[in-house]
Design a protein around this ligand. Structure first.
Ligand SMILES: *[C@@H]1O[C@H](CO)[C@@H](O)[C@H](O)[C@H]1NC(C)=O
Ligand SMILES: *[C@@H]1O[C@H](CO)[C@@H](O)[C@H](O)[C@H]1NC(C)=O
Ligand SMILES: *[C@@H]1O[C@H](CO)[C@@H](O)[C@H](O)[C@H]1NC(C)=O
Ligand SMILES: *[C@@H]1O[C@H](CO)[C@@H](O)[C@H](O)[C@H]1NC(C)=O
Length: 291
């Protein structure tokens, strides 16, 4: 009873923990992308921390900011935005935190000056992300992170091209608009570079397969033999292993065989005719070691 209760409690605790951690995992997973291309696995982990970039591709400030013409684009990759300073002030911030917490509940926001007023449009949500390659034929170029926002009047999106650059971070002050509400920008970042794993060495190869085919029946024979001898013949201890004497004598046999082989070869090279060395008696194999 006690043990059962403990188990139930543990299972409950685990499920609770999983439930709490799940949204976080989902966001993280949303920024991982892997693809196989010409026998290699390209693994992009945009949000993975490194020594030099503890936030991965995410902006340390909590957001990236781009100003073009009278428009302001604010976005974060792989997460929602956070504002400790420069919080956007604009009308119409529903969909991204409302007037008091504007910018805090989405991943991308455009603020436009319309007749002297700044009006905000939510263009990306952290939960709606799609990652694809910049160049389908060359995964080393980087990835496009596309965020979506599904609104009552219109659907919007922001595509951020993250170009692989192993040396530096560069945020371009560029914003292009296509369609009614689809924006695009780009940056260069080391996190846009894939971890490449060659797939050649995966799998066992024919030799490994052969080894398994040979070893499995042998292991099965030893196992079943031991069980049989232990339970039915009531032979306990190391003696339960079938043919123990034979296995133990194996090293000795190998040595003797090697020795006789060497002797034969020596004889062969001595009289140039070979194979006239006296054939050893089989009893030799069982003689105790005398070296
Ligand atoms: C990609 O890399 C991440 C972290 O480096 C790892 O957790 C993940 O399992 C990898 N994915 C694949 C498909 O190898
Ligand atoms: C900025 O202005 C230029 C010319 O005035 C226009 O062609 C371009 O589309 C504008 N960009 C945005 C993002 O509105
Ligand atoms: C997400 O990207 C894949 C290609 O990588 C594409 O086939 C799919 O349509 C995209 N989804 C959306 C909602 O755009
Ligand atoms: C927005 O997208 C949703 C699902 O992708 C679709 O059902 C809806 O019709 C779209 N709305 C507009 C205004 O295009």
């Amino acid at each position: 009873m006690c043990m059962g209760d403990g188990l139930v409690a543990r299972v409950l605790r685990c499920s609770l923990l999983l439930l709490c951690v799940e949204p976080l995992l989902a966001l993280r997973r949303g920024c991982e992308f892997s693809i196989t291309h010409s026998n290699s696995l390209y693994n992009f982990s945009l949000a993975a921390p490194s020594r030099k970039y503890p936030h991965g591709v995410m902006s340390e400030d909590g957001f990236y900011k781009i100003a073009v013409n009278e428009s302001l684009l604010l976005y974060q990759l792989c997460d929602q935005m956070i504002f400790n300073h420069d919080q956007p002030r604009c009308l119409n911030c529903q969909g991204c935190g409302g007037p008091l917490h504007c910018g805090m509940q989405c991943s991308a926001l455009v603020s436009e000056n319309i007749g002297g007023y700044f009006v905000c449009t939510t263009i990306g949500q952290a939960s709606n992300v799609n990652i694809s390659l910049i160049d389908r034929s060359n995964p080393e170029k980087g990835v496009i992170v596309k965020m979506f926002s599904i609104g009552p009047k219109e659907n919007c999106s922001l595509s951020v091209s993250v170009f692989c650059d192993s040396t530096k971070v560069q945020v371009y002050n560029s914003l292009t608009m296509s369609g009614s509400c689809d924006y695009a920008t780009k940056l260069r970042h080391p996190c846009g570079c894939a971890k490449v794993t060659s797939r050649h060495r995966k799998g066992l190869g024919w030799f490994g397969t052969l080894l398994i085919i040979v070893l499995c029946p042998f292991g099965g024979y030893l196992f079943i033999g031991t069980i049989y001898r232990y339970f039915f013949l009531k032979i306990h201890g190391a003696q339960a292993i079938p043919n123990l004497g034979f296995w133990c004598s194996l090293p000795q046999r190998a040595r003797t065989l090697l020795r006789s082989l060497v002797r034969r070869l020596q004889g062969f090279s001595r009289d140039g005719r070979g194979s006239y060395a006296p054939v050893r008696d089989d009893r030799d194999f069982y003689r105790p070691a005398s070296y």
